[in-house]
Ligand binder design. Sequence first.
Ligand code: PEP
Ligand code: MN
Length: 366
Amino acid sequence: MEKTLDIIPVSEWGFFTLPRPMVIAGPCSAESEEQVLETARGLASWGIHMFRAGIWKPRTHPGCFEGVGVAGLKWLKKVKEETGMAVCTEVANEKHVYECLKYGVDMLWIGARTTANPFLMQEIADALQDTDVPVLVKNPINPDLELWIGALERLNQAGIKKLGVIHRGFSTTNSKPYRNAPGWQLAIELRARFPELPFFADPSHMGGSRKYLQELSQRAMDLGLEGLMIESHCNPDVALSDAKQQLTPTDLRTLIESLIIREKDSVDQDYREGIEQLRAQIDILDENLLNTLGSRMDVSQKIGTYKRDHNVAILQMARWDEIMDEMKKNARVHGLSEKFIEAVFNAIHEESVRIQNEVLAGGPQA
Ligand code: PEP
Ligand code: MN
């Protein structure tokens, strides 16, 4: 039986208001009291209600800036007092949780490297037992939906009902042009399994560069996600971490105000929002198809070179008949008609043979 999560709706958490997007913004890292407060003032001035800042930073290499630690919690407290914003930070172990509870941090998030570690997730869940602090769980760095769900289940079993997720993309061998591959289809699957979970996207860590923030944020909205977590720094170019992906509070405002949000308010609007979301899903699937076809043709080219170097003929009908039989069998499993699959794979085969012939004729080679 499919498991469910016991969730308190995000509208009852007291921080976020509609219309979409609900925005969490602030620097990658708290660096100094001045930097934290100046950024917070800039964000509060145009209506941000939830401030983020990393205090303990999980860094790939030792020797990079690893966060200011507990000192930063005092600055977050000042942000609350001065601006009225709620504040959140990342926790990666029980000690972080206890410190945050002591300093009145309003919301916590779990970083991608921590979500992937069931021991740490259990430790954090135990430390949060019977508290009322909302927790947002980022996806694990690898595209493993079950690991992501497992982390949510551990928190939920510890009584955390103000639960949500942040989609920040996945670390894969090819995530170009982004820092992390968006892998939106996993987000869509999670959304379909737990529609009650508030869903944020993190275009900053997905994109890794200011230039991708707009398109990724728009896509998150087109998929119907509730919110965005975006990094903002009063002086991004000199940020001690993630300098390339942070926006000034003013630039963030411009971005948020430029987003096209399709909300539902009538039967007709309902339909339009539904169709837009489905189209956004189709766009992602089509992009994946193109990627896969590109990779397949790269391999065809390599095979062409290999056959040429070993003096082997290009067209090997027996091998192709075998592939086609297998595909037709699999087609049924996926609910696809044999006729359709035959047409698609004949086209693929034709192109593959053409590429290999090109290699033979001295054209592009792998
Ligand atoms: C962050 O939000 O600053 C962060 C470290 O993110 P992630 O865990 O997604 O890498
Ligand atoms: Mn960051």
